[in-house]
Design a protein around this ligand. Sequence first.
Ligand code: UT7
Length: 316
Amino acid sequence: MNGIKIRGTGRGVPSKVVTNADMAKIVETSDEWITTRTGISHRHHLAEGETITDMTVLAARRALENAGVTPDQIGACVVATLTADTQVPSAACRVQRELGLPHDTVCFDLNAACTGFLYALHTMECLLGASERKFGLVIGAENLSRITNWADRGTCILFGDGAGAVVVECSPAYESIHAFLGCHGTDEMLRVPGVEKGVPSLVYMEGTKVFKFAVEAVPYCIDQVLARTGKTVDDVDFFVFHQANARIIDLAVRKYRIPQEKYYKNINEYGNTSAASIPLVISELHEQGKVGPGSRVLVVGFGGGLTWGGALVEFA
Ligand code: UT7
């Protein structure tokens, strides 16, 4: 089986910065509560005139430049999102048009909520194995400020907007990313209604219940990926976690005794950006030189669906 490796990364970050003090003008909250309970100090929201398509295309363009890959080399483009500007055309079709990807590029969006980027990476590995062109664009992009319930202080302080992208290369010489993905279908504790009549399509989340799910899902995914790849924690160069709450990451780090130089948190800067959170981390790590050619990165995601996933991803 062909495997994939990351060749380049990029991100598109909205210009409007919303601080915790700004949030305290909307709901009864405080910088102290938000920072200690979540690790968030501010988040980015789309400014007037900006669209999530702009951010998605920017992230993809930067990832291509960073990889030294041209649009005509791309065989597939998958965007993980639940908040594309339009349902049709998909975000991926908009990227095709803006970047001039070849017309026979496979382009579609995928929704697995906060685990979406991992679902998209796995999907890309399967797609590129059957493609004549060996490069693919995997993007996570969200405009969560559009579906935020601004009357609910338990959720509105959490979410941010943004997009992150990677260019992956497929080769029979590469190991599979050994993606481990799962789902337990329930809308009890986390949902965005969407199609229900008369119900505003805003995020509903029972945070404490989701928190409990997350602290079990993260070690489960780490264990599954290590078992499937025959690796140990020491074999992993870097751990990338979905940025939902700094406390969830801290618990995992403590459990596996992961040294400080092997994990990263940027939730303070972005909040929870759902499908965009993992590629935003990967892109910053790559830019800072913390990961690069040969790095072996264990990626873990979890979220609505409920969904969860992990994979061991290498850099080319
Ligand atoms: O992206 C993947 C899916 N999402 C997650 O993984 C999110 C997981 N959950 C969480 O991150 C946390 O549960 C939250 C940050 C959402 C909430 O933190 P918590 O420690 O679970 O707080 P809580 O909901 O149990 O609320 C504790 C108290 C309550 O007050 P009382 O009833 O004890 O008086 C809330 O009303 O904190 C209150 N509260 C707030 N106070 C100030 C809730 N939100 C706020 C707020 N500011 N923004």
